[in-house]
Every structure is written in structure tokens, then in C-alpha cells.
Design a protein around this ligand. Structure first.
Ligand code: HEC
Length: 224
């Protein structure tokens, strides 16, 4: 009995020592990897060396004169056609209404752009690029992603979302919601507002009262 206990004790002790005893110790040889996973990949790691380049560095500066996507020649964020908001970077950087959609603790309403046809067209283009894969082109939530299993996509034609303040829609685009990811880091502030403006137009297009239509358009409806 005692012998069994001593044996067990020694084995346990040796086991613990083997597991934790050598932590922090430096070895000359790389450790044996039973399951290499994807630790070794043919890629460049920042601040590492590379024999591919003559200077031996993996990191390289962009070719002189390179202009990042979305920037103008002078290095300023470039917003095609959309009237410029004063955000310094083009992305959310302040706590103002235009940057966040909130005024203090509450969502605000109203679009801080002059909504021109150009803005709506920019909004349509951005919406079709960024949102329609899930929300589809009219916003009813039947985008292509649904056929791949994302079944909880909200319909933007719901009364709940029609009545939501513009600032809240802006915040949803910026931060995402539940299963919807955040688009603030990839869509500029002006473009997000352009999308909100276009979304309002989409909602109107699906719910307009026939009496509010211009008479020539209304006639087209009734004759069909
Ligand atoms: C990858 C798919 C996907 C994309 C792309 C996407 N959404 Fe969504 N969106 C969702 C899903 C899923 C929900 C429902 C989230 C939930 O469960 O509340 C949602 C919900 C919403 C809501 C409702 C939020 C609320 O308060 O309930 C709004 C508004 C919205 N999306 C707008 C947009 C706009 C505008 C874009 C484009 C910039 C966009 N979404 C891009 C998947 C997406």
C-alpha cells in the first residue's frame, strides 16, 4: 500500500515537473512539434528578414508616389461626388452627431449632408456594394447571403426601421448589430450618411401613397 502510494506520488511529481518545470527555459533547438498546425507558412512577417529581397528585409516601403485607395493626390481622403463633411480623416474620429449618429446619449435624426441627387447615387452605389449581399437591393432582407445560411437578416422595409431615427441607422452601419458586422472601419462617414439617405429613398419607394405621386407617374400606375 505504502509502496503504491510512494510510486504514485513520485510519478505525479515527475509529471508535474515535466509539464511546468521547464517553462521559460531557453533552448537552442526548435521544439519538437507533434502537430505543426499552420505554424510554418510561406509568408512575410513584419519586422522579420527575407532572403527574397536583396536588402534582406521582409518589410518594404510602398513604391514612391503610391496613393492609397480612396485618397486624392494631395493625400486627403477623397469622397467622390459626396459633399464633404469636416471629419479630419473621413472616418469616425469625433463624438459629434455627424461622426456617431448620437447627440449625447440619444440617437439624433436628420442627415448632415445636403441630400442631392449625386449623394443619393453615391448612396445607391455604396448600398449595392456593401449592404445588398445580405439586405438585397430593395432592402427586404433576401440577399444572396441568406442562401448560404445567414437567415436572420432584418428587412429594412419594416415599420420599426422606417421609424428609426437616421442616427440609429448610421450607428448600426458603424458598429453592426448582433450578427451584422461593423462597417464603420470600411465606409467613410459621408458615405455612411449617403447610404442612410438612399435607404430612406428605398423605404419610400416601397411604401409611397399613390395620392402623393406626381400625376403623370400615378397615371402610369393605374393604366398598367
Ligand atoms: C453580412 C450580412 C449583412 C450586411 C453586409 C449588412 N447587414 Fe444589416 N443586418 C444583417 C443582419 C443579420 C441583421 C439583423 C441583426 C439582428 O439580428 O438584429 C441586420 C440588421 C440591420 C439593421 C437593423 C438594425 C436594428 O436596429 O434592428 C439595419 C438598419 C441594417 N442592418 C442596415 C445595414 C446597412 C445600411 C448595411 C450596409 C452598409 C448593412 N446592413 C449590411 C446583416 C447584414
Amino acid at each position: 500500500m505504502v509502496r503504491a502510494f510512494l510510486l504514485l506520488f513520485t510519478l505525479t511529481f515527475a509529471g508535474i515537473l515535466a509539464l511546468v518545470g521547464f517553462r521559460g527555459t531557453k533552448f537552442q533547438n526548435p521544439p519538437i512539434q507533434l502537430v505543426p498546425d499552420m505554424k510554418h507558412q510561406p509568408k512575410f512577417i513584419t519586422q522579420h528578414t527575407s532572403r527574397f529581397f536583396a536588402d534582406g528585409r521582409a518589410d518594404h516601403l510602398p513604391v514612391p508616389g503610391t496613393i492609397p485607395v480612396g485618397y486624392s493626390l494631395s493625400g486627403r481622403y477623397y469622397q467622390t461626388g459626396v459633399n464633404n463633411l469636416s471629419s479630419s480623416s473621413g472616418f469616425t474620429s469625433q463624438s459629434s452627431y455627424q461622426d456617431t449618429g448620437s447627440i449625447g446619449e440619444y440617437y439624433g435624426d436628420g442627415i448632415p449632408l445636403t441630400v442631392t441627387r449625386q449623394v443619393l447615387e453615391r448612396g445607391r452605389e455604396r448600398y449595392n456594394i456593401y449592404c445588398s449581399v445580405c439586405h438585397d437591393r430593395v432592402g427586404s432582407g433576401n440577399g444572396i447571403a441568406k442562401t448560404f445560411g445567414l437567415v436572420t437578416v432584418a428587412s429594412l422595409q419594416d415599420d420599426r426601421l422606417r421609424n428609426q431615427p437616421d442616427g440609429q441607422i448610421f450607428a448600426t452601419i458603424t458598429h453592426g448589430k448582433n450578427t451584422m458586422g461593423a462597417y464603420g472601419p470600411s465606409i467613410s462617414v459621408s458615405d455612411r450618411w449617403a447610404i442612410v439617405a438612399y435607404l430612406r429613398a428605398l423605404q419610400t419607394s416601397q411604401s409611397v401613397n399613390a395620392a402623393e405621386l406626381r400625376s403623370d407617374l400615378r397615371d402610369q400606375l393605374t393604366t398598367k
